[in-house]
Structures are given as C-alpha cells and as structure tokens.
Design a protein around this ligand. Structure first.
Ligand code: OOB
Length: 533
C-alpha cells in the first residue's frame, strides 16, 4: 500500500460494492468499448485537431508501451503538467493502463511546486509541454531536473524538446493491464490543507464511480459535448464528469486553453457544446459579453463551483446566456455536492444542493465533533465512496484531518437547510480562495520570510468584487519596508506560481496574536478591511 493512502474499511467496501457504486472496472478500460464499436467517433477536439476514439485508444496503448520501455512500472509516480491538449488524455489513459501513477500538477505551477511534487513523490518522470501560455516549460524542466536528482526522465509533449525526450518518440508494444480497481490510479492536489501541499490518492473504482455517476446525474451521454475551459488537471474539469467522464460516456470533449469568452463562445457554437464547468469569477464576464458575441448557450448546462456564488449573479447569467446553471461544492478530496438541472431556480442557484450519491454521509459538527441541530452552522465532515481516507505521505496530518471513524474534516463552515441541502457559510481552514484558485497562506508566508526585509508575515484573503477574495500579505518589516513589487519578484524568483503572489501588501508594526500566540488572522482581516487597502 502507498504510505498514507488508507483503504476504505472492509465493511464500507462491501457496502459500496453491494450498492453498485463500485464495480470491477478500472480507468484503464475507459475508451475500449467505444473505440471497438464506434472507433471513428470524435473523442477530442482541440483547435484544428480532432482525435477519434480508435486513435486515442491506440495512442494510449502505444504510450503505455513506450513508458514501459523507458523502465516506468506499475506504482511509479509521474508528475504530469500539461495544459488542455489531447496529449493530456492520451498520457493519463496510458498511465492508467500501465498502472503508473500520474500526479496532476496545474499548468500554473512553477519550480517551487513542481520540485516539491517530484521530490515528495519520488517521481521517476516529469512530463510537461514545450511552451504554454507564453512560458517555456523546458526551462522549468531543466531547473527541476537539477534540483531533483532522482528524476530519471523528462518528457516533453512538443517535438522541440531541447535536451529532453519528446513524447512523440515514447512508443512501444501494448502492455497487459494488470491494475486492480481498488488500486490508486492517480493523485490530485488538495486545495486547502496546512503545511506542505497534500496529495490525494484517487482509486480506479472511486473515480470510475465519480465520472459515471456525475455523467448520469447531469444527463451526459454519448450525444453530449463537454467543453473543458478550466484546466483538466483539476478535479472539476477532469472528472465531474469532465474530460474522463465524457470519454467514458462516449461523448465528445472540446479542449479550450482558457474560459475567455472570445475563445469559448465561438467553440460553443461550432461544437454544439452541451456541458461545461466554470469558476464563479468568470460568470459575470460571460454574462456581460454574451450580447456582443451573440452567444446562444440555451443548450448548455454550466456547472459553477469552487468558490461562493451569489444567487443574483447566477440568475442574471442564466437570463443573459440562456443557459442552465447548476451549483457545485466540490473538493479534490472526493466530496461532490451539487444542484441538479431539473430543480427549481431558487434551489438550483440558491444552495449547493445534495451529495452525489446516497452513499455519501455528511455531518455538520461543532468544535467538539458533536452534530449541531439542523439549520445551525458548523464544520462539514464527509465520508463516502469517493472521499479519501488518508493523504499520501502525510501520517501526522492524517491524524488531524480525519475523525477516528474516517470522516474527512473539510475545513468548510456550512449549514444544511430544511431539505438537507448544503449552504456554504465560510471557512475554518487557512486558505485564500482567489476566484476558485486556492492559495495556501502558510506556504506563501514561508517564502516571504526568506526575504531580508521581512521579519514577520501573514497572508490573508481580503474581499474582492471580481475574484471574491484577493491575497494580502501583512508584513512586519525588518528595517526598510519592502514594496509589493519587490516581494512579488522575490517570490517569482523562488519559483512560486503566479496565482499565489500577493495582490496587496500592508506593512504593520506588529501582528495580532491569539491567546496561544498564533497569528490572529480573523483580527487581521478586520483591521486590513478597515484600512480599505
Ligand atoms: C474544487 O475543488 P478544490 O479541491 O480545488 O477546492 C475545495 C475547496 C472546498 O473545501 C471549499 O473551501 C471551496 O474549495 N469550495 C467552495 C465551493 N466549492 C468549493 N466554497 C464555496 N462554495 C462552493 N461552491 O473547488 C471543486 C472540485 C470539484 C468540483 C467543483 C469544485
């Protein structure tokens, strides 16, 4: 067993199997049926490229064989950092067939994050692209390779691979799939834990259930067209039903490089998109530009999640776009709670709805883990057929992150309405939710403290009209106070991803402390907001 990746207890395994949540399928067979029966069907569209099911299936087989030839084996970790391109699907499915374990990094990650992921997982390979969004990943790969000596291979999904191996030469005869449905299939990054970044093991059978069940709940079938406008390396666009669920259903996936209206609206029209996923921050922009682009989204359902969404914004967007919005509360950890397409407008846009399946158990508890009365606010705890039982290589953290009976402490403050629907009220965990992108304060504070002019640092979220929250660094200076630009440059120099850089800086003479001496972030948020920075 992979360290920390606790299996579900036998009683739960038996129950999830009996209830039909978990079957014997693995993600290795995701494309097989459609490839065999209807191979010419289009699986992927990306710009002017189209990839059929038969082609993708054969491509994944050859890639799996090629990875095997390189010496990559079942259970080996591969850090995969690819934008929304067909190679992502081919590589992911190849790894599932081989039993190698992709660690899905976000395209925005840089040296600090990638180096950590490679080292923490003892990855044998780092697989990335040539350039993406104007950034040269080969350069990044060279730095990562220097810092992580254990990395045996760097593979580049671009024929101009520089000193590294182009993915196109990774080829070999198919390997017999030996993966078991109970095994870990890949790792996702957690959006909100303290300390070092945490990795979430997702097993074949739990993710296969997630993609099947979300497709069924959203009415997505072989006629469906899914638009991936968010990074497919994130759970929301990967498997809710996302890229993998759409392929499993025999539908079509349209890969976009961003949710920008000028890219997305023409794709919706050209490809007859039926389903997509969006973070709330983009919704007003889509609604505002719908008229200019004459966008008709009347056949489209948009899953909006990852951050709070005001019902009025959702309703205005539905009116402007003609689409159907469902709200999603999701976590890479596996919990999915969402509103269904056929629910009344107020329910659909006013709550986060109900869990994916009856197998999900959600509790709202007080500080001492006692369930609170219905309607009262508390921390959300979750357990179920898709919810992990332990983070990878995080033994100490796992003791705190789960209750003794296996419930995940989500760190989210919620209440359940009279019908058991989820309403999110805020957060207990220390994370900044910057338009759906999760910024880990502790990690950023650690980097800030390495700057010579920073004595103390606290990173907090402050309200922002567009993103919901922005990141504010509150700093006690050592001597001459640094400027925001200097600190941002400093963090960039340390290889920190752009989305984690502070948007604002407040210099103070001291940080408020709680009774036990911890930085009082709630007090800080109040002071900083008062200053109206
Ligand atoms: C999605 O997943 P993650 O792993 O990036 O982030 C999870 C966290 C939650 O714990 C919560 O703090 C926040 O993001 N969150 C929301 C929310 N949905 C997620 N906060 C308020 N309202 C919501 N509706 O973000 C994710 C994964 C799958 C589908 C959709 C979103």
């Amino acid at each position: 067993m992979l360290e920390g990746c606790e299996p579900w207890p036998p009683e739960a395994v038996e129950r999830y199997r009996r209830s039909g949540y978990w079957g014997d399928e693995t993600l290795a067979s995701l494309l097989r049926e459609v490839a065999a029966t209807d191979g010419d069907r289009v699986a992927l569209v990306c710009g002017s490229r189209t990839v059929s099911y038969a082609h993708l299936d054969a491509w994944a087989d050859r890639l799996a064989g090629g990875l095997y030839r390189l010496g990559i084996r079942r259970g080996d970790r591969i850090v995969v950092q690819l934008p929304n391109v067909p190679e992502f699907a081919a590589v992911a499915i190849a790894a599932f067939r081989l039993g190698a374990l992709p660690v899905f990094a976000l395209p925005a990650h840089r040296r600090s994050e990638i180096t950590y992921l490679c080292a923490h997982t003892d990855a044998v390979a780092y697989l990335t692209t040539g350039t993406a969004a104007g950034f040269d990943h080969r350069q990044l790969a060279a730095e990562v390779r220097r810092e992580v000596p254990g990395l045996r291979h760097v593979l580049i999904a671009d024929d101009d691979a520089g000193e590294f191996t182009p993915l196109s030469v990774v080829d070999g005869p198919p390997v017999p799939a030996e993966v078991d449905p109970a095994e870990v299939a890949f790792f996702l990054l957690s959006g909100g834990t303290t300390g070092t970044p945490k990795l979430i093991p997702r097993t074949h059978r739990d993710y296969d259930f997630q993609i099947r069940a979300t497709a069924a709940e959203m009415g997505f079938d072989a006629d469906g067209v899914y638009l991936a406008a968010l990074p497919v390396s994130h759970n929301a666009a990967l498997g809710c039903p996302g890229l993998l669920g759409a392929l499993r259903a025999g539908g079509r996936v349209v890969l976009a490089s961003s949710p920008s209206p000028d890219e997305v609206f023409p794709l919706v029209a050209r490809e007859q998109v039926t389903l997509t996923t969006l973070m709330p921050a983009y919704l007003p922009l889509w609604a505002d530009l719908a008229g200019i682009f004459r966008a008709d989204l009347s056949a489209v359902t948009i899953e909006v999640g990852g951050a709070p969404l005001a019902p009025a914004v959702a309703q205005r967007a539905e009116a402007a776009l003609g689409c159907t919005i469902t709200r999603w509360f999701g976590m890479a950890e596996g919990l999915l709670v969402f509103t269904r397409r056929d629910e009344p407008l107020e329910v659909r846009t006013g709550t986060e709805g109900l869990p994916l399946s009856a197998g999900d158990e959600i509790l709202v508890v007080d500080d001492e883990d006692r369930p609170v009365p219905p309607g009262t606010s508390g921390e959300l705890l979750a357990r179920g057929p898709t919810v992990l039982r332990g983070y990878y290589r995080a033994a100490d953290y796992n003791v705190r992150a789960f209750t003794t009976d296996g419930f995940l402490r989500t760190g989210d403050r919620v209440r359940l309405d009279e019908n058991g629907r989820l309403v999110v009220l805020g957060r207990i965990k220390d994370v900044v939710n910057r338009g759906g992108e999760k910024v880990p304060p502790e990690e950023v504070e650690g980097h800030l403290l390495t700057h010579g002019q920073v004595r103390e640092a606290a990173v907090i979220g402050v309200a922002d009209a567009v993103l919901g929250e922005k990141t504010c660094a509150v700093v006690v200076a050592a001597g001459e106070p640094p400027t925001l630009a200097e600190l941002r440059d400093w963090l960039t120099g340390r290889g920190v991803a752009d989305y984690k850089l502070p948007d604002r800086l407040v210099v103070v003479t001291g940080l408020p402390r709680t009774g036990v001496g911890k930085i009082d972030k709630a007090a800080l948020v109040a002071t900083v907001t008062d200053r109206d920075v």
